[in-house]
Write a protein that binds this ligand. Structure first.
Ligand SMILES: Cc1cc2nc3c(=O)[nH]c(=O)nc-3n(C[C@H](O)[C@H](O)[C@H](O)COP(=O)(O)O)c2cc1C
Ligand code: SF4
Ligand code: FES
Length: 562
């Protein structure tokens, strides 16, 4: 007789103790009920995972292990998939068993360049000293797209411009933690001024190629930063069999950029009409708007105005899917944005294939920046001349410069594309009193820093490349004799270090090593240059490829500082 036959219970161990459950974390009934109630009748589709993580984070203030396990069960996903997505995004707080959840209130203090120039570090330190950490936590955060009112922070979902500890204490005292919704042009107001007439007539009898030609004639180029001729993309997408999608890039994460927010908080329907014209042109089956979580007022405005369009019969319910980012700059890169729309980590894809061929759910996808679509509407309504009739320094068109730093009137300034930095500073009323112009970031940290001596170059697509820079999203930050170019470059690399998605070693490790080397009193320039070569040559996407720009331009133009 064998041991197994003499002992009752499970044969494998022979201990007589059968396992009642599968191995691993168990689903807790209460947590499962809570998740089911929260999701209600919403479809359990994988691409909605980030939306559902937001629902849990908003309601419970964090993502605890029991809720994540229950969500995995409910969505028929593995716990590992839920966990890897939740931990990718900065706005989710994953709390494992035995860990303490975050306090009810979170303050995020922006520490990107314009806010740092305006005293963000001192502000953060003062808040940490003056508030009870059991009630309020103070975190650092990247640019919130309000650089013209630096320093800025977000208290719950309330942004505080020109922030001070007093303003924060008053807001906490008054319980003001929700987004302020600015006054904007509503559907009724836009429609009363002829809005959506262009879309209506195009849908009735328009020729998409004529519209494409108009857009090409206007000279409109992608205002997300890459500058690809906008009309051309439509043909590329249409060359692929449907169904096709349109994805709107509202991530606006490049520090210093706030033009998309500027237009969306004032005239959202110009963008919405342009978006529907582009969707019509490529016969998109559905439109996804990917809007950054840092813009709660915009999310509110868009949700409301999309409803108004549905009610007015301009679009079918569900045609537009408004998605909320979750705090990841890299999701502005178009293929990372598509991964995020599919409910995954925002990791850029290898190309080819390009998103025009294989985009959302493997279908051909047209991707456009918010401001690009704003101009599509204006070009269709007012003709290509609205852009092409402006000429300066041999360049045609207009450009919305987001300007911040040491100027008198920071903000969005619509100027000719051929404007130089002196024109931009002039439009801002000149330098702040007591400051003299020293350097400028022409188009976000990816464009690095140029010295004040390079002041006669048009800030347009293609004009800055010979200088080792580019205009990108036209996020201009002006530095003065009070500022250090070396410190500004370090701020930029810290941003890239935080925001690298980490899938390529040269970018993930390179940004981290660069920050270490740049913190030294004297930079090891040959070693930094070697690092720059590796990062530029071997990174998959624009983040890692452009991260060397601030390093190289600072070594070249500000050798005394490094
Ligand atoms: C690292 C990185 C970040 C980007 N961030 C944004 C962004 O926040 N918003 C945006 O519209 N485009 C961004 N882009 C550019 C997009 O990949 C893409 O070119 C753009 O959305 C296309 O639309 P457009 O042709 O209308 O500009 C980014 C690119 C890279 C490489
Ligand atoms: S370059 Fe950086 S951000 Fe881009 S895919 Fe590679 S690791 Fe990610
Ligand atoms: S809001 Fe702080 S740098 Fe943009």
């Amino acid at each position: 007789m064998t041991v197994h036959e003499t002992k009752p219970g499970v044969w494998k161990s022979g201990k007589g103790k059968g396992r009642h459950t599968p191995k691993g974390r168990q689903v807790e009934d209460l947590a499962w009920d809570e998740i089911r109630t929260l999701l209600g009748g919403a479809p359990r589709c994988r691409d909605l995972l980030i939306e559902y993580l937001h629902l849990i984070q908003d309601k419970y203030g964090c993502l605890n292990a029991a809720h994540m396990r229950a969500l995995a069960e409910e969505m028929r996903l593995s716990m590992a998939e839920i966990y890897e997505v939740a931990t990718f995004y900065a706005h989710f707080d994953v709390v494992k068993e035995g860990e303490i959840p975050p306090p009810a209130l979170t303050i995020r203090v922006c520490d990107s360049l314009s806010c740092e120039l305006a005293g963000a570090q001192a502000l953060k330190a003062a808040l940490e000293d003056g508030l009870d950490p059991a009630e309020v936590r103070v975190l650092r955060a990247p640019c919130m797209g309000r650089c013209d009112t630096a320093p800025v922070l977000e208290l719950g979902h309330r942004h505080i411009d020109h922030a001070t500890p007093e303003k924060v204490k008053n807001a906490i005292h008054a319980g003001i933690t929700h987004a302020h919704i600015p006054k904007y042009e509503t559907y009724a107001e836009y429609a009363a001024n002829g809005g959506y007439e262009t879309l209506r007539s195009l849908r009735l009898s328009g020729d998409w190629e004529e519209v494409q030609d108009k857009v090409l004639a206007s000279g409109l180029r992608g205002l997300g930063g890459a500058g690809f001729p906008s009309g051309k993309k439509w043909g590329f997408v249409r060359a692929n069999e449907g169904p096709r999608y349109l994805a709107v890039n509202g991530d606006e994460g490049e520090p210093g950029t706030f033009k998309d927010r500027y237009y969306l908080e004032r005239v959202p329907h110009l963008f919405l009409e342009g978006m529907l014209i582009a969707a019509w042109a490529v016969e998109a089956e559905k439109v996804f708007i990917y809007m950054r979580d840092e813009y709660p007022a915009v999310l509110h405005i868009l949700a409301k105005e999309i409803k108004a369009l549905e009610t007015a019969g301009i679009l079918a319910p569900g045609f537009i899917d408004l998605r909320r980012g979750a705090g990841a700059y890299i999701c502005g890169e178009e293929s990372a944005m598509i991964e995020s729309i599919e409910g995954k980590r925002g990791m850029p894809r290898h190309r080819p294939p390009f998103v025009a061929q294989v985009g959302i759910f493997g279908r051909p996808t047209l991707v456009h920046n918010v401001e690009t679509l704003h101009w599509v509407a204006r070009v269709c309504r007012e003709g290509p001349e609205v852009l092409s009739s402006t000429e300066l320094n041999g360049r045609k068109g207009l450009r919305s410069f987001s300007v911040s730093g040491r100027v008198k009137k920071p903000g969005v300034h619509l100027l000719p594309s051929g404007s130089t930095i002196m024109d931009v500073i002039g439009a801002c009323g000149g330098m702040l009193g007591g400051h003299s112009f020293k350097a400028y970031q022409p188009g976000g940290p990816s464009s690095g820093l140029l010295p004040a001596s390079i002041n006669d170059v048009p800030l347009d697509f293609d004009t800055l490349q010979p200088l080792g820079s580019f205009i990108g999203s036209a996020a201009v930050v002006v530095l003065s004799d009070h500022d250090s170019a070396k410190a500004a470059a370090l701020n930029m690399l810290r941003f890239f270090e935080d925001e690298s998605c980490g899938q390529c070693t040269p970018c993930r490790v390179g940004c981290e090593k660069a920050v270490k080397l740049m913190q030294a009193d004297t930079w090891d320039q040959p070693l930094l240059e070697e690092l720059c070569v590796a990062m530029g040559d071997a990174s998959i996407c624009g983040l890692g490829q452009a991260a060397p720009n601030p390093i190289r331009l600072t070594m070249k133009h500000f050798p005394d500082e490094v």
